[in-house]
Design a protein around this ligand. Structure first.
Ligand SMILES: NC(=O)c1ccc[n+]([C@@H]2O[C@H](COP(=O)([O-])OP(=O)(O)OC[C@H]3O[C@@H](n4cnc5c(N)ncnc54)[C@H](OP(=O)(O)O)[C@@H]3O)[C@@H](O)[C@H]2O)c1
Length: 215
């Protein structure tokens, strides 16, 4: 699969690490081309001979199977509006936790919706939005496991094929994919992601914990 990742920061690193481990081709796109190029060099250095990873410009989305929006919310909305129909044919993955940075005490999206649904409203036809990876912490994605157990990737979306594509990306990359329902479940996933952030310091988790469904 061709996986284009917009945003070469911490989550870009984590998801790219997993996708490369799964043998996928990764294209890194950032508003700083140097940042994307540096991350591509780092990933190549860490796993020589691994699947292809390159820094790219916007053209890197055009034949992508999956485009991961690894940017802060609301930049994901701007990116989707800016790229427009160049994203048609790709599954868009919204990984954001839209924290209200003014208060750090809640989410910056209105009640009764989610960042994922607001991004989906901006997306071109044929570019389905799937919520995933917002409950996995960036540092843990590099190895893909915590305490010897694969990370759970909770996936919400309205198009079954698009969710299957993201589930295939996750499972081929050593993670456990769990379909949690339609895109409106992103509201609960974003609340869970926010809780995950707020418990890190009080519980001394050091950003190295995982949310796991066990049965
Ligand atoms: N960190 C986590 O553990 C974690 C876990 C789950 C979900 N998330 C979500 O993942 C997303 C990314 O978080 P992160 O921790 O990876 O952030 P980060 O380390 O700050 O990386 C974000 C990257 O996106 C770039 N960027 C910002 N606006 C952009 C735009 N309009 N076009 C292209 N690139 C742009 C940033 O560039 P600059 O450096 O120039 O700003 C930076 O390189 C956020 O939505 C966050 O809520 C994070």
């Amino acid at each position: 699969m061709i996986v284009s990742i917009i945003g070469a920061g911490n989550m870009g690193r984590g998801i790219a690490s997993r996708a490369l481990a799964g043998g996928h081709t990764v294209r890194l796109i950032d508003r700083s081309h140097k940042k994307a190029a540096d991350l591509a060099d780092e990933l190549r250095g860490r796993a020589p001979g691994a699947a292809e990873v390159n820094a790219s410009d916007a053209i890197g989305v055009e034949d992508a199977d999956v485009v991961v929006l690894a940017v802060p919310y609301p930049a994901g909305r701007d990116v989707v509006a800016e790229y427009g129909t160049a994203l048609t044919g790709s599954v868009l993955v919204d990984i954001s936790n839209p924290v209200d940075f003014n208060t750090l005490d809640g989410l910056a999206v209105p009640a009764g919706t989610s960042a994922a649904e607001l991004i989906a409203a901006e997306a071109a036809p044929g570019a389905p939005v799937v919520k995933a990876f917002n409950t996995t912490l960036a540092g843990t994605l590099v190895d893909g496991q915590v305490a010897g157990q694969p990370l759970d990737v909770l996936i919400a979306g309205d198009e079954a094929d698009a969710k299957l594509t993201v589930a295939e990306l996750a499972s081929s990359s050593g993670l456990r994919a769990l379909d949690v329902g339609p895109l409106r479940r992103a509201r609960e996933l974003e609340a869970l992601g926010f809780l995950n952030i707020t418990i890190q310091e009080p519980l001394g988790l050091n950003w190295s914990s995982a949310i796991k469904i066990i049965s």
